[in-house]
Design a protein around this ligand. Structure first.
Ligand code: ANZ
Ligand code: ZN
Length: 820
């Protein structure tokens, strides 16, 4: 099937006119603002349908909000630093900047050709020194506040990307980058971190404010932050000056501790094993365990491994002597990295104790039944009555938690502690294509920040080789790396690392507010005017990464007095994926429907309708060729209807007198306006389009094409259509001699007095005999019809006291009640 009008010409014409007239420019001082944001785009060049779904949804939101009279900010920009550009540079021998710019050129052309209503004057690029200068500025500000620090320790190393990764970038033990996916290793390195843990509580609390966020994203963030309340208890290590501090949420089980377990890489481990008899063997064990990912080590049901280190602790309550083990399931990165193990009441401790023949001691008995160590097949983790617990025996376990906590705190053996699973954000990378970290290492002065007035620290244009060999690429660029110390003027070296690109995307939404400001990253006034983001549209894969980082940044900037709000966005929409043959479209796997050729062949309005009509936007969409045919049929029918009627429309109509058929059309018009309005508000664009299709049927079959109500309906139809198929809508509006742009017209009000729903009369039978009738709205739900029928007075009398065996309902036709 073909479109019956010259779509390449028409679409291009309107894109040009919109641009020339600047109708999508952001109003300067909004009275009624609406910030519609799509996620910062990675410039991958040729886009597929999966990429643009996000942008098409965002565009319909922006356009419908303009129709509602909002002052809309709808910007776009490029998350243009990052590994793929370098990898392309390595393979194709082009500079990452050249490669990136070419990709941006292609992607941008696609977006323009799709008719997306961005304010292109606010376009930003993170590789622009005027942009990344502010990454460096924020880094310095974070450093001043103690929120950026350098630390050595075990970090995630991706052997594929040859760089460290943040915890958020390790997905099930592997590199988050789909094209890499290598198994992540651990390495001991010095790296830069942002202290996001200092904001753990506020990030946790703030989730309650995020009313317009999907529940699942909020749950994912809560799990990621992982707040838990407990106590830190100190167990003296016998024969040393050390103590093992452990974190537990179950102080009620303290009398059931039969061993201690420490992480192989906990800070104290080194101190405790040094000089022990089996030191050599223990070190070998540690080395072997650390090769495994944390996910693997914590996997449920996996056989646990450990080693006794030859030392003992004293239980601060029972004064018992307890052996200390290194255990693989204990993580250095959580709590204190040490635990008190209670095999009777913790499943992992139970499995460990069974394997190494350690005692199991019940200290919590389930209410009202017995529990014997010898008969336990698994740990009992529930509540109960405390036993074998000295003076606390006989108390309930929840009470025990309080009593023992108080007891420990009073004696200085323990302190109340809130723990978070969240770790500090590792932001340094050993790769080239990113923001240089604005720090200088001086032999005499140590680490010295680059003075603010020396920013930006420019990324050198040339490097020998883009592929790092275990250390940062920039370390090999003499002109860059050698510098003088800002403090002592002596010889010094620049920090060789670049920033994680998630730094760029943590504040880009603020740069859109004032993208060309050279003195400031953005102004406070602008944040007051435009924040919070009214609708943020993007992928759920960012739930525990970007969507936490940008909340963190906003809170810090708020504390610095730079930003008027401490939550960036109160309403988030996560769109579903686009599949082809049941598999997610993907550039790297070259699996997709490509936007460039598609636009060439079918045009923008077909692409937009195809994406929007197939499924609710939050659901996955399986791309099918029928979508193209369906969209074309719809557009052709619209085009024909207007052409056959010589593009005659009316901007108003007299309401009386109307013939019965005119009245019917008038009702349908108002029902459609109401339906589209409500569906647009709920983001149900697929059903809004379906309503337009049905209304188009009414219009096409309407007999009297000269009547005012018909022509008035055509006019309203165009306005309703314009966010979905803006090019054809503009063209028909122009041919109908409409003034200005249809894209700038307000959404029509519906006449509520004209909205009446068709009704049907349903005969009610009892045991097959007609007994009564009820009138209900056409297409009513079965449950509703049954309820009304049973409430009907005659029917009520018939069935009084008798038992109903079943009720048969034939939709909109008949209801039969079968009595015994
Ligand atoms: C003793 C105990 C007895 C525990 C019991 C549980 C049940 P959440 O809720 O996740 O905070 N734990 C603490 N630090 C750990 C680490 N670094 N690696 C592995 N496990 C660790 O869980 C806190 C519980 O997880 C703590 O309470 C500790 O085990 C364990 F019947 O202490 B519990
Ligand atoms: Zn110095």
């Amino acid at each position: 099937m073909k479109l019956e009008y010259n779509f390449p010409e028409i679409e291009k014409k309107w894109q040009k006119r919109w641009e020339e007239a600047g109708i999508f420019r952001t109003p300067t001082h909004p009275k009624n603002k609406y910030y519609c944001l799509v996620m910062y785009a990675y410039p991958s060049g040729d886009l597929h349908m999966g990429h643009i779904k996000n942008y098409v949804i965002g565009d319909v939101v922006a356009r419908t909000k303009r129709q509602e009279g909002k002052d809309v900010l709808h910007p776009f920009g490029w998350d243009a630093f990052g590994l793929p550009a370098e990898n392309a540079a390595i393979i194709h021998k082009v500079h990452p900047e050249v490669w990136t710019k070419e990709n941006i050129r292609i992607s941008k052309e696609h977006l323009i050709r799709l008719g997306i209503s961005y304010d292109w004057e606010r376009e930003i690029w993170s590789f622009d020194p005027n942009y990344y200068k502010w990454n460096q500025y924020f880094f310095l500000k974070f450093y001043e506040r103690g929120l950026a620090y350098r630390k050595g320790g075990w970090v995630n190393w991706c052997p594929g990307c040859q760089t460290v990764l943040a915890n958020e970038q390790v997905v099930e033990g592997r590199c988050y980058r789909g094209t890499c996916n290598a198994i992540v290793e651990k390495r001991k390195l010095e790296q830069w971190f942002f202290k996001i843990t200092a904001y753990a509580e506020r990030l946790w609390e703030g989730i309650d404010q995020l009313e317009g966020w999907p529940e699942n994203v909020k749950i994912m963030q809560r799990n990621w932050i992982g707040r838990s309340e407990g106590v830190e208890v100190s167990f003296p290590v016998l024969g040393t000056n050390y103590s093992l501090n452990i974190f537990t949420t179950r102080p009620d089980t303290l009398y059931g501790v039969t061993f201690m377990a420490i992480a192989p890489d906990a800070e104290i481990t080194e101190e405790l094993i040094r000089g022990t008899e089996e030191e050599e063997k223990i070190r070998k064990f540690i080395e072997r365990i650390l090769k495994k990912s944390e996910i693997e080590r914590q996997a449920i049901g996996r056989e646990k491994e450990g080693i006794f280190i030859g030392r003992y602790c004293e239980n601060p309550l029972s004064k018992e002597k307890i052996p200390i083990f290194i255990a693989d399931y204990v993580l250095a990165s959580y709590g204190t990295g040490c635990i008190m193990a209670v095999p009777a009441h913790d499943q992992r401790d139970f499995e460990f104790a069974k394997k190494y023949n350690l005692p199991i001691r019940v200290v919590i008995k389930p209410f009202g039944c017995d529990l014997k160590e010898g008969e336990m097949g698994e740990a009992y983790t529930g509540e109960g009555i405390m036993v074998n617990s000295g003076p606390f025996s006989g108390k309930s376990s929840p009470e025990g938690i309080k009593l023992i906590t108080d007891y420990l705190v009073e004696r200085g053996i323990g302190k109340r502690k809130v723990n978070y699973r969240l770790r500090d954000w590792l932001i340094s990378r050993q790769r080239y294509w990113g923001t240089p970290i604005p720090m200088i290492h001086c032999e005499r002065c140590g680490i010295v920040p680059v003075p603010e007035e020396d920013l930006p620290v420019l990324l050198p244009e040339k490097v020998e080789d883009y592929l790092p060999k275990g250390k940062s690429v920039l370390a090999g660029v003499a002109d860059f790396i050698n510098t003088t110390c800002p403090k002592c003027r002596g010889k010094a070296k620049r920090d060789p690392d670049t920033m994680d690109t998630f730094v760029d995307s943590s504040w880009y939404f603020l740069r859109y507010l004032d993208p060309r400001n050279e003195k400031l990253p953005f102004t406070y006034e602008a944040t007051k005017e435009w924040l919070p983001i009214d609708k943020y549209i993007g992928g759920i894969e960012h739930a525990c990464g970007h969507l936490i980082f940008f909340r963190f940044f906003t809170k810090v900037l708020y504390d610095m007095g730079l930003c008027a709000y401490d939550e960036p966005c109160l309403s988030l929409f996560t769109q579903g994926m686009v599949l082809l043959d049941g598999k997610v479209m993907s550039s790297s796997r070259k699996h997709g429907v490509w936007v460039g050729p598609f636009l060439e062949e079918h045009g923008a309005d077909v692409a937009r309708l195809g994406i929007l009509f197939a499924a609710p936007p939050e659901k996955d969409l399986d791309w099918k060729d029928e979508l193209i045919t369906g969209a074309k049929r719809f557009l052709n029918r619209i085009y024909r209807l207007f052409a056959e009627n010589n593009y005659q429309i009316r901007l108003e109509m007299k309401r009386e007198p109307l013939s019965p058929s005119e009245k019917k059309l008038y009702i349908r018009l108002n029902q459609t306006i109401k339906k589209v309005k409500e569906d647009n508000e709920k983001f149900q664009f697929n059903t809004a389009i379906a309503a337009l299709m049905e209304f188009l049927n009414d219009l096409t079959s309407f007999p009297d094409k000269e009547s005012e109500v018909f022509r008035f309906s055509l006019y309203n139809f165009l306005i309703l259509l314009s966010p979905f198929a803006p090019h054809l809508a503009e063209e028909l509006w122009e041919r109908a001699k409409g003034k200005g742009f249809i894209s700038s017209l307000p959404f029509p009000n519906y006449d509520s007095s004209a909205i009446k729903f068709p009704e049907v009369e349903i005969p009610i039978q009892i045991n097959g005999k007609l007994r009564s009738k009820i009138v209900v709205p056409l297409g009513s739900e079965e449950a509703e019809v049954k309820r009304l029928a049973l409430e009907e007075s005659k029917i009520k009398n018939y069935i009084a006291g008798k038992e109903i065996k079943k009720i048969i309902y034939i939709k909109d036709k008949l209801l039969n009640i079968v009595l015994d």
